[in-house]
Design a protein around this ligand. Sequence first.
Ligand code: SF4
Length: 313
Amino acid sequence: MGPVGEALPHPITGEPFTSPVPPGSGWPGDPASARTPRARTPADVVRLAERATLAQVDARSSVCSACPRLVSWREDVARTKRRAFADQPYWGRPAASLGDPEPTLLIVGLAPAAHGANRTGRMFTGDRSGDWIFAALHRAGYATQGTSVAAGDGLELHGARMVATVRCAPPDNKPTPDEKHACAPWLHRELDLLSDGLTAILALGGIAWQATFAALSDLGWGIPRPRPSFGHGVTARVTTPGAPATTSGARATGPGRNGSGGREIAVVGSYHVSQQNTFTGRLTEAMLDDVLARCRDGSGGAQSHTADGVDPL
Ligand code: SF4
């Protein structure tokens, strides 16, 4: 390992970077510049997310410093590194969302892994969970390749976008309730901006499932009562907030819209692609392919919950 603070070559481009990576210094796919405004408190996150464009959410969240414990952890990990990656620079910043800016499928995960996305700067990239999810996305036609090695490796997602519930790597993969709360405005804003094009949301794991419903509830979406419990393959049909009223007071109608102008979207649960689940066979490739197929056709499958109860499909 080189001295802490030493610039090391990026594994794809060979360009040297210090760890954590300064915004706008040339890291492949870095959404921020040196002038991107930085949130230093949870109140800053609210203010900077509120009216942001999708590109601004990407940029601003990637330089966010609102959670002192997580900032300290992610940067310490970036400087000290794991022995296997001691010759690489570590991103050491929040992981911005990855993928299509106009997706039909939004995949909600938990948080970056300390030596995965916190190293590579790209969601689910650099650890075993990424091997599983990108291979499945490739089989389902959402990803241009079945592997994601590092930012700059050519991977693109079409029709799908990945977002984290908490964008910084937490110690022991466990963010605190305050940290989840602080990070929620970034997710809220993305859901707001993407809602018109989505047909499905895939929640990876119980925490992502709960965070998704908490966000949808806060945003005024129609969600089933009681909220369905998380399980692999469980599907809930939620409704986007009604379209804005026209000057005559009428609401938009059309394909997929309900009487108040909202659209139905399937929220599908999947066991997380963690090593704990994939090594033990709790989650198989076939199970992952199945939930992605349900997301692809928007049907939600056979165990759907709607705002009126369990759908008997
Ligand atoms: S977890 Fe979210 S709110 Fe907290 S510092 Fe990271 S990006 Fe900012």
